[in-house]
Design a protein around this ligand. Structure first.
Ligand SMILES: [Fe+2]
Length: 338
């Protein structure tokens, strides 16, 4: 297994180190004045429409040059480094509704929105609600101001649009999950092997069938690709259920080592998302995290990100284990329909 997987990883364009990537600028995609004008017109038209925002389709957002520019970014998300930061949206001019409208329009030109929770919501606000994951069954990390360990989201890609940044902290952290596995394979091949086997994941009460846990590996070697599903925190919170098998020492060590490698200065990228930036990243080849943040007292200045999950037209084949899963089922089904 390991020799063929090592060859795949070596050639994977998503196998990058943070220290190299921080010296490059090709992951920044800045909007031109023409793009900004097109978006402004499209947002105003959508807002003046009587239709509900989430019923609007791609054809309702006419973006003659911005649309193809956004669609082209998918080649960086799949088959490239796996992420991009779109810069230059006029976020400080936007209220929440305008921000949602802009993100929805941008997203429709890149892919198809996917559900982010058991209620089927397609747009989430990422902000501190004052609630905590620990001691609850359904609060999720994006609703807190906690430091977030390295993890991935659902669907193929996530878009995180910064409307307002907080008072301090909240740095975005991004690492290649392929590079992390590459290092693990070289340093501790036994732990790399462990991550290719089943773990139990807390579903945070978001499955419509009520299942509290899902079982699947953290890393999947499928169709000549390495595909990650890392939920460090939710693997640990699943341990509160008596009927979930206790994590073995090997399983714990493997999870810790992923976090440790991901945190190494050579591996990780750390940057601030400013108002007007959208971080877009492929969940299968990148892990993201965030430092804890402190917020302003004034409600309208508080840190506020908008999040969209998409399946993209050039998305990779997905492992069978993703079928019916809480956050990948839609991506899996849409792949089957092609
Ligand atoms: Fe996340």
């Amino acid at each position: 297994m390991n020799s063929s997987l090592a060859q795949i990883i070596e050639k994977d364009p998503a196998n990058w180190r943070g220290k190299d990537m921080m010296n490059r600028t090709n992951w920044r995609a800045s909007l031109t004045e023409t793009h900004k004008y097109e978006l402004k017109e499209a947002v105003e038209k959508a807002q003046s429409s009587k239709a509900a925002l989430l019923s609007l389709e791609k054809c309702d957002f006419a973006l003659p040059t911005l649309g193809p520019f956004l669609a082209d970014l998918n080649t960086q998300l799949e088959g490239g480094p796996g992420f991009v930061v779109i810069e230059g949206l006029p976020a400080l001019d936007y209220d929440e509704n305008a921000g949602k409208t802009a993100l929805w329009g941008v997203g429709l030109h890149m892919g198809e929105p996917a559900k982010q929770d058991g209620d089927g919501n397609l747009l989430h606000s990422v902000r501190d609600t004052g609630q905590k994951v620990d001691g609850s069954d359904n609060i999720r990390s994006y609703q807190t101001n906690d430091q977030l360990s390295f993890h991935n989201d659902g669907a193929d890609v996530f878009l995180l649009f910064c409307l307002r940044d907080g008072k301090s902290g909240g740095m975005s952290r991004l690492v290649s999950s392929v590079a992390v596995f590459d290092e693990l394979l070289k340093r501790r091949p036994d732990l790399a092997e462990t991550l290719l086997q089943d773990y139990w994941f807390d579903t945070r009460g978001q499955r419509t069938d009520g299942a509290r846990v899902e079982v699947m590996p953290v890393y999947h070697h499928h169709h000549g690709l390495l595909t990650a599903n890392m939920k460090y925190r939710y693997i640990h919170t699943a341990q509160r259920f008596a009927d979930v098998p206790r994590l073995t020492q090997n399983q714990r060590d493997a999870l810790e080592m992923v976090q440790d490698i991901a945190n190494e200065p050579d591996m990780v990228m750390e940057f601030t998302l400013n108002p007007g930036d959208i971080l877009v990243a492929n969940n299968y080849v990148t892990l993201h995290g965030r430092s804890a943040f402190e917020d302003w007292d004034e409600p309208d200045k508080r840190r506020h990100m908008l999040r969209l999950w998409l399946t993209i037209p050039n998305g990779r084949p997905l492992p069978q284990a993703f079928k019916g899963s809480r956050i990948y089922a839609e991506a899996y089904e849409r792949r089957m329909e092609r």
